[in-house]
Design a protein around this ligand. Structure first.
Ligand SMILES: [Zn+2]
Length: 381
């Protein structure tokens, strides 16, 4: 089988024993998501999240702080650590930048995040002044300005200027630099303006960024249901084109999911929560948008690990196998996630995750989760 080493950027030919047919499959290191939400209420718990993540080919998740309870202090972290004890996927955490929890790689807290918080410029200044220095994941938005959707959208609700995101990128990075912070990761970039800002800021600071699968496939013209209410909102066609080009040119460091499960969102755009349940179809969405398997593999593995300053190397004990030629229509009723609110519902995607192997054991194969006893090699021999 052809396996791709994303560190060395080479294809290898290796025998792989798997629980099912492997004809036409290719593999690489399992995926790493820098941006995962777990609600810890009825909408998603770590068990359902793990199944959704494995079905999507992910083995490592950076959990965002807006959980229940929020990741703001040691007690909340201990609750999370207890809940993930028997999981097969690796969970890392982003501490709420405005809370009291410090970065502590030993206990899995690898960075801060502003995601899920309403914050003002004043909050940023105050927090940059008092926080220990460390990597900050930033949901770049000027929250002081109203608007659930970008200007130009047909939805008759409050609009925010497209420049909001770029202004927020500069605001966070320049304020942080002034107070001694030196590593910034801009989450879910959506506008060409913000990409230009990031490209400029990369010259003077360690600034990385990510995009989401839904922003690479949809624009403001596609918003026809509350499942397409996400934050940041969908941009213009030219923004979507700029995002794709930025991934290809290397301005975008990592492909993330912003998996945000919710139950039914209802039909009222003004009341519906933001977010899309998407981790299970993220690889397919990226492959459909980019059509470059090596690029997608790299930006889902080495890319996010580099943002976290983690090294690694390829070994066939940890694998995700995909069928690049498979096509399917997104059907959220089949999701393992408790969140059925997928912005891509009904969309035809290319490329499908078939199996995941972690620490030499197959844990997922073609819709089933495998126990240690049921590796199924004999079927193959
Ligand atoms: Zn966000």
């Amino acid at each position: 089988m052809r396996l791709y080493d994303p560190w060395k950027r080479v294809w290898l030919d290796q025998d792989v024993r798997a629980p099912g047919p492997t004809k036409g499959l290719v593999g690489t290191h399992p995926f790493v998501d820098l941006h995962t939400h777990v609600r810890l209420n009825t909408n998603e718990d770590y068990r359902s999240l793990e199944r959704a993540a494995l079905a999507g080919g992910f083995s490592t998740l950076v959990i965002q702080p807006n959980t229940n309870p929020p990741l703001q202090d040691r007690a909340a972290l201990e609750t999370h650590r207890r809940l993930v004890k028997d999981l097969k996927v690796t969970t890392l955490w982003a501490a709420d930048f405005f809370g009291d929890l410090d970065i502590d790689p030993e206990s899995g807290v690898v960075c801060y995040s502003t995601d899920g918080s309403y914050y003002t410029h004043e909050d940023l200044v105050r927090t940059f002044k008092k926080r220990e220095k460390g990597l900050l994941l930033d949901h770049s938005q000027v929250h002081e300005l109203d608007g659930d959707f970008y200007e130009g959208t047909d939805i008759p609700f409050s609009k925010r200027p497209l420049s909001n995101e770029a202004i927020a990128v500069y605001r966070t990075v320049l304020t942080g630099l002034e107070y001694g912070f030196d590593a910034f990761h801009i989450q879910h970039v959506t506008t060409a303006l913000a990409l230009d800002s990031i490209a400029h800021l990369k010259c003077c600071a360690r600034v990385t960024c990510e995009v989401t699968p839904h922003h690479l496939l949809l624009t403001m013209e596609d918003i026809d249901s509350t499942n397409k209410k996400v934050n940041p909102p969908f941009g213009r066609k030219e923004d979507r084109g700029a995002l794709i080009r930025a991934v290809e040119r290397g301005i975008v460091d990592a492909l993330a999911t912003d998996h945000a499960p919710h139950p039914e969102k209802g039909e009222d755009f003004s009341r519906a929560p933001f977010g899309t349940s998407i981790i299970e179809v993220a690889f397919s969405a990226y492959y459909t948008a980019l059509r470059n398997i090596e690029l997608v593999f790299e930006k889902l593995t080495v890319g996010p690990l580099k943002v976290l300053r983690k090294s690694g190397n390829f070994c066939d004990g940890n694998l995700v196998l995909v069928d690049p030629k498979a096509e399917y229509v997104v059907n959220t009723s089949r999701f393992f996630s408790k969140g059925k609110n997928c912005a891509l519902e009904g969309m035809k995607l290319m490329g499908r995750v078939v199996g995941v192997k972690l620490s030499d054991r197959w844990v997922y194969w073609d819709g089933e989760f495998l126990s240690d006893e049921r590796q199924g090699f004999e079927d193959q021999l």
